[in-house]
Write a protein that binds this ligand. Structure first.
Ligand code: HXC
Ligand code: NAP
Length: 287
């Protein structure tokens, strides 16, 4: 799997990625560095960020600033913006990727468990968006928001209800500001990934034996999970000026998963060819 953009496609751009020390945030950040961006990665665990920053600088020769920041704390976000400008100057893009999630029947959740996901995913995203957006508007700079949601942002999903509510809110934020802040030359788009293996997601969404019981690839028409570079290609494109006319869009990258699982007759894929032969002969009039 290869990077798709021309070398230097993000040269001179500074991009902040929340939750950039692990998983998909790390993979997207690595590719943006390869394309010439200056990268700022933030999350709660500074030691994880420092390790990732050193690894990515070594691998790409790019510049990475690692800043501890809990997205639930507005003053820590303001500090990220201040420190980023001090180190790199103008900020060009913000990738809202930080999230928390776990599976549970909703009636088993405490209100604190619900709060924690909403606080990280929805509140964290609008805190970052508000702080970065005000900064761009005040300094008369253009900007680019890219928000990571999921396909259940619009279908909803049982067993991950706090996450579904939060991602739906992030999608509404994306679409609303795409229109309202276009006059400031601030774009907002989202990506809705299907399953892409990461330690963080797999350990929480397929814990214990569930990983053996439920194969995510089986639900997907293309019969495989996503590769990180595929997501990184899309994210880098949306962060680049090649996508300058894309605003307010959510792009699904899930191998057809959500449509398949909404399709009334998708389950007929389990019918073997011989049975179709039989059915064709009877033309729906029975055996
Ligand atoms: C029920 C749970 C729970 C669980 C925590 N809680 N885990 N309730 N089932 N599995 C409850 C706790 O009992 C507590 O409520 C409250 O939630 C806060 O829990 P803490 O452990 O104190 O929170 P904290 O240490 O801050 O950890 C936050 C976290 C954790 C969200 C719970 O998982 C985390 O740090 N996650 C970050 C990374 C992550 O989740 N990555 C996956 C993203 S994947 P009480 O009432 O007891 O006080 C993703 C993919 C989506 O989003 C789509 C896939 C296709
Ligand atoms: P991940 O590695 O667990 O990433 C989540 C990141 O968020 C971590 O780096 C974590 O770092 C950070 N984070 C959590 N709480 C935070 C807080 N309060 N403040 C700041 N940072 C915080 O999982 P992932 O799979 O890469 O997920 C990345 C994004 O993709 C998420 O938005 C997720 O919903 C989305 N997504 C993933 C999949 C998938 O299949 N993997 C599918 C659809 C959507 P710290 O713990 O250091 O804070």
């Amino acid at each position: 799997m290869e990077g798709m953009l021309k070398p230097g496609s993000l040269q001179g751009k500074t991009v902040i990625i929340t939750g950039g020390g692990t998983g998909l945030g790390k993979s997207m950040g690595k590719y943006m560095l390869e394309l010439g961006a200056n990268l700022v990665i933030t999350s709660r665990k500074k030691e994880v960020l420092d390790k990732t920053a050193a690894e990515l600088e070594q691998a790409t020769g790019g510049k990475v600033l690692a800043l501890g920041c809990d997205v639930r704390k507005y003053e820590e976000i303001e500090n990220v913006i201040k420190e980023t400008e001090k180190r790199f100057g103008q900020i060009h893009g913000v990738l809202n990727n930080a999230a928390g999630n776990f599976i549970s029947p909703t009636e088993r959740l405490s209100h604190r468990a619900f709060d924690i996901i909403v606080d990280i995913v929805l509140k964290g995203t609008y805190y970052m968006t508000l702080a970065a957006g005000k900064n761009w508007i005040q300094q008369k700079q253009s900007g680019n928001f890219l928000n990571i949601v999921t396909t259940y942002a619009w279908t909803g999903s049982g067993y991950v209800v706090p996450s579904a509510c939060s991602k739906a809110g992030v999608l509404a934020l994306t679409r609303s500001l795409a229109v309202e802040w276009a006059k400031y030359k601030i774009r907002s788009n989202a990506i809705a990934p299907g399953p892409f293996p990461t330690e963080g997601a797999w350990s929480r969404l397929l814990p214990g034996d569930l990983v053996k019981k439920f194969d995510p690839a089986a639900r997907i028409p293309l019969k495989r999970v996503g590769e990180h570079q595929e997501l990184a290609n899309l994210a880098a494109y949306l962060m680049s000026d090649y996508s300058a006319y894309i605003n307010g869009e959510v792009i699904t990258i899930d191998g057809g998963e959500w449509l398949r699982n909404g399709g009334e007759f998708s389950h007929l894929e389990t019918i073997p060819e011989e049975m179709w032969d039989q059915l064709e002969k009877t033309k729906g009039k029975g055996a």
